[in-house]
Design a protein around this ligand. Structure first.
Ligand code: FES
Length: 337
C-alpha cells in the first residue's frame, strides 16, 4: 500500500543504530507491516520523555527492498524538547509504536526541472526524492547546506550517486546558498522542494513570493523544531476556563494544554495545517512563530499562534539584543478556537 495521510499504528523494532555524522545517528526500524514509504514520507514515533509518551516525526530516508526496514536520520537537536535525546538513547532490540509511513510532502513527477534544498538534518526528507529523480532521468539539483562536512549526514553516498548534481554549502568554509541568485535563475516551470531550519525556508519563501514565482511549485516539509529563538519556559493562560499552565522547554504549548485537560484540535503537529490555532488576547514577551502556515502579515499581527510548534519567549533572548529585559517567564493569554 502506498503511503498516505491516514494514520495506522504498528510496532517497530530497532535493528540498527550507527553514528553517521556529528550528533546524527542512522536508526533503522523494522516495521511490523510492509507499508510502502514513498519519497517524502515520514513516520511518527511514540517515545518516552520524562516518563511521558510524546510523539515525534522523522523523515524516512530509505526503505529496504522487502519494505520491512525504514531508515531514519536523527539529529540530537540543541535545546531538544527531549525527543531526539530519547531517540539517541535507543538500543538495538528496543520496540516502539510507530505509524505506517505517512505522506504529506509528495514528489510530483513530471516537472521540467527540480531544485531540492536541504538545510542540516532536513536532508532526510530529500534523499529519497533525489534518488527517484536520478532514476527517472529528471533535470534536478540537490543543494545541501550544513555547518560543516562533518555535520552532513549521508554526504558520501549522495556524492557518489548524484555527482555534479549535488552542491554542498558549509558554514565553516564560508559557503552559503545565495537565495536571491538561486530564485532569480529559476524558470517558471521549476519545482523547489525544501526542508531545513525555519530561517532558511522562510528566506526562500520570501524570495519566491517577491519574485512572483508560482506558489504551488514551492513545496516544503517542516518538523517545527527550529525557531528564531532558543526555547524557554513560559506560561499560558486561558482566563475563560481558569487554566494556567507552565510550558516547559521540552514541551509544546499544545502538549502542555492537552496535559492540563484542555480539549484541543490538532492534526499535523508540525506547524503546517493551522488546526491547533489559538488566539492571543494578552502577551508579555514575544511570539516565536515556528509554523509555515501563517503569512508574514499574520505573523506580524501576533494575534494567532500555531500552538503545536510556536512558542513565547522573553525579549532578552534570541535575535533582539536591544529589547527590554523581562524579569520572569513570558506569559500569553489565549482563547481556544
Ligand atoms: S496541528 Fe497542524 S499546525 Fe498545529
Amino acid at each position: 500500500m502506498a503511503a498516505t495521510n491516514v494514520e495506522v499504528w504498528q510496532r517497530g523494532e530497532i535493528i540498527e543504530i550507527v553514528d553517521i555524522a556529528h550528533d546524527i545517528k542512522r536508526i533503522v526500524i523494522r516495521q511490523s507491516s510492509t507499508a510502502t514509504a514513498d519519497p517524502g514520507s515520514h513516520v511518527d514515533v511514540m517515545i518516552t520523555v520524562d516518563d511521558e509518551l510524546v510523539r515525534r516525526s522523522y523523515s524516512i530516508v530509505e526503505q529496504s527492498a522487502d519494505r520491512r526496514d525504514l531508515t531514519l536520520g536523527v539529529f540530537l537537536v540543541p535545546n531538544s524538547r527531549g525527543g531526539s535525546i530519547a531517540m539517541h538513547k535507543l538500543s538495538v532490540g528496543d520496540q516502539l509504536d510507530i505509524t505506517q509511513p505517512l505522506l504529506n510532502f509528495p514528489l510530483r513527477v513530471g516537472a521540467d526541472k527540480y531544485v531540492l534544498v536541504a538545510g542540516g538534518i532536513g536532508i532526510t526528507a530529500l534523499v529519497a526524492m533525489a534518488d527517484v529523480l536520478k532514476r527517472i532521468g529528471a533535470d534536478y539539483t540537490l543543494m545541501y547546506a550544513a555547518r560543516s562536512k562533518e555535520a552532513m549526514a549521508f554526504r558520501v553516498g549522495l556524492e557518489k550517486l548524484h555527482g555534479e548534481r549535488l552542491q554542498l554549502f558549509c558554514d565553516d568554509e564560508n559557503s552559503f546558498i545565495d537565495i536571491p541568485e538561486l530564485v532569480a535563475r529559476l524558470t517558471g516551470d521549476t519545482e523547489l522542494y525544501m526542508c531545513g531550519p525555519i530561517r532558511l525556508m522562510d528566506a526562500i519563501r520570501r524570495e519566491w513570493v517577491d519574485s512572483n514565482m508560482e506558489y504551488t511549485n514551492l513545496r516544503y516539509e517542516t518538523f517545527g523544531v527550529s525557531g528564531w529563538f532558543d526555547p524557554e519556559e513560559f506560561i499560558v493562560r486561558i482566563p475563560a476556563k481558569g487554566v494556567e499552565v507552565v510550558v516547559g522547554q521540552q514541551h509544546s504549548m499544545l502538549e502542555a494544554l492537552e496535559s492540563a485537560g484542555v480539549d484541543m484540535l490538532s492534526d499535523c503537529r508540525k506547524g503546517e495545517c493551522g488546526l491547533c490555532e489559538v488566539r492571543v488576547t494578552s502577551l508579555t514577551g514575544r511570539i516565536d512563530h515556528r509554523d509555515v502556515f501563517y503569512s508574514e502579515h499574520e505573523k506580524n499581527a501576533n494575534y494567532k499562534i500555531s500552538c503545536c510548534v510556536s512558542r513565547i519567549v522573553t525579549s532578552e533572548t534570541g535575535l533582539n539584543e536591544h529589547a527590554d529585559v523581562m524579569a520572569g517567564p513570558a506569559i500569553v493569554e489565549i482563547v481556544t478556537t
